[in-house]
Design a protein around this ligand. Structure first.
Ligand SMILES: [Zn+2]
Length: 454
């Protein structure tokens, strides 16, 4: 009789059989689970198809209705124009007719008088005096005004067009919901999900990812308050770009690293729509107005070639309306513009940062930087734009200080970020945009922004 570690073969076989049965049960349970999982994925695919179909319908429907609304408005306006023109022409016609009648009457009276002179006897003339006088009086009373006809002017009012366009181009978003994420941080997720850089990110890493704050940070989105419940607490570090196709060729260029430099371009890329007077460039698009505060930074390397004097500008950062972008070399002091410039300041006798709000100079903050030839400085600024609170905040990143918070900013039309660099004979300035996830968003910086916005 064979023996094993379990004793006799029979006993051993029984034990092994039991163990195998246990394995069998385990595996069949697993198989059932697999089947169920496959089933649920299949259902998921069906659900995805259904969602795709219904969203597809929905998008088409909404845009169809927008299109017909536009068509209807266009027709209404064209009808208005027709009516307006018809009315004006009818008035002009009536005026012409009246004037023509008056002219005829006048001619008749003139003829009558000539006939009197030719044919009437002296006693007849006496009898006709009253009649001729009355006729002449009537003609003079009805006479046309002694000025030219004033043509009524008409114009097509396009107020709000650029805002409408901005709204249309940013309208709509496909939201990606994550069941557990939704309940925790729904708003942040929703904002991230409809944000283009996030979509790109999501496509790039196609694995079934959890939406976590890490992802948010990757996209340059930060919660200003933990557990934020509305958009106004979500800070977006938007991926601003300085516009290569718009910088003024006569004063500046954008180098291969994408930085703005205060030296005119050697190679002159042709193209229309360039800024001519502004010594710099604007961003490629205006700031979105979606209720989320927006944030960007500018790191400027400045070398002094000759000591600055008077009110010579070094650089300017700010925002303004579309039509203010190219009125003069800077936007400081222009209507609908909000800016900070760094310049030599005659009042403080050194380099200062001064803040401008629309036509008004707000304040000046002196620097302790040496204004000496051969010295170099890195100046690092942050700008917050908050359309919900109507505020703009200028931050000195190196000093970790808010320089100024502007209130009651007019956000009724889109605003464009502007970047200016000046005076190449005195200084060399190289302005780099720091945006999106490249921004080092520290808790300290966040706290500073929260305080400035509150
Ligand atoms: Zn000053």
């Amino acid at each position: 009789m064979l023996t094993t570690k379990w004793g006799k073969v029979d006993v051993a076989a029984e034990t092994v059989t039991k163990q195998m049965e246990y394995h069998k049960n385990e595996l069949s349970t697993l198989q059932t689970r697999h089947q169920a999982y496959v089933q649920s994925i299949r259902q998921g695919t069906e659900a995805t198809d259904k969602t795709h179909h219904s969203l597809n319908e929905n998008i088409r429907h909404i845009f169809q209705s927008l299109r017909s609304q536009l068509d209807r408005r266009e027709k209404e306006l064209l009808v208005d124009l027709e009516n307006h023109t018809k009315d004006t022409k009818a008035t002009q016609h009536a005026l012409l007719t009246t004037c023509d009648e008056d002219k005829k009457t006048c001619t008749r009276v003139l003829d009558y008088i000539s006939n009197i002179f030719l044919f009437a006897s002296k006693s007849d003339i006496l009898g006709l005096e009253k009649y001729v006088g009355e006729m002449t009086r009537t003609c003079l009373d009805n006479a046309a005004p002694q000025t030219d006809y004033a043509v009524p002017t008409a114009d097509f009012n396009t107020n709000g067009l650029s805002k409408l366009k901005a709204n249309v181009s940013g309208f709509g978003a496909i939201l990606t919901m994550d069941m557990d994420g939704e309940s925790v941080n729904g708003n942040l997720l929703r904002v991230i999900a409809d944000w283009k850089p996030y979509k790109a990110y999501r496509q790039a890493s196609f694995r079934n990812q959890k939406l976590e704050n890490g992802v948010a940070r990757e996209c340059g989105v930060h919660l200003l308050k933990p557990g934020a419940v509305d958009r106004s607490c979500i800070l977006k570090c938007l991926p601003l770009k300085n516009d290569k196709d718009r910088f003024s060729l006569a004063y500046v260029h954008i180098n291969t690293e994408g930085d703005l430099v205060n030296r005119k371009s050697v190679i002159r890329p042709a193209g229309e729509g360039r800024l001519k007077k502004y010594t710099g460039t604007c961003s490629t698009a205006p700031l979105p107005q979606d209720g989320c505060p927006q944030y960007w930074e500018l790191e400027n390397r400045v070398s002094v070639n000759k000591p600055l004097s008077g009110d010579r500008l070094i650089l300017e950062v700010g925002v303004c309306r579309e039509e203010q972008r190219d009125v003069t070399h800077c936007i400081g002091g222009r209507p609908h513009s909000y800016s900070m410039n760094v310049a030599h300041c005659p009042t403080h006798g050194g380099i200062c940062r001064s803040i401008w709000k629309e036509e008004k100079y707000v304040l000046c903050r002196p620097y302790t930087l040496p204004n000496t030839a051969g010295t170099s400085h890195t100046l690092h600024y942050g700008v917050v734009y908050d359309d919900a609170r109507k505020k703009i905040v200028f931050i000195d990143v190196k000093e970790k200080k808010v320089m100024s918070t502007l209130d009651n900013v007019d956000c009724s039309e889109p605003l464009w970020p502007m970047f200016g660099v000046y005076n190449p004979d005195w200084i060399t300035v190289c302005m780099r945009l720091v945006v999106g996830s490249d921004i080092n968003m520290t808790e300290e910086k966040k706290a500073m922004i929260v305080k400035a916005l509150s």
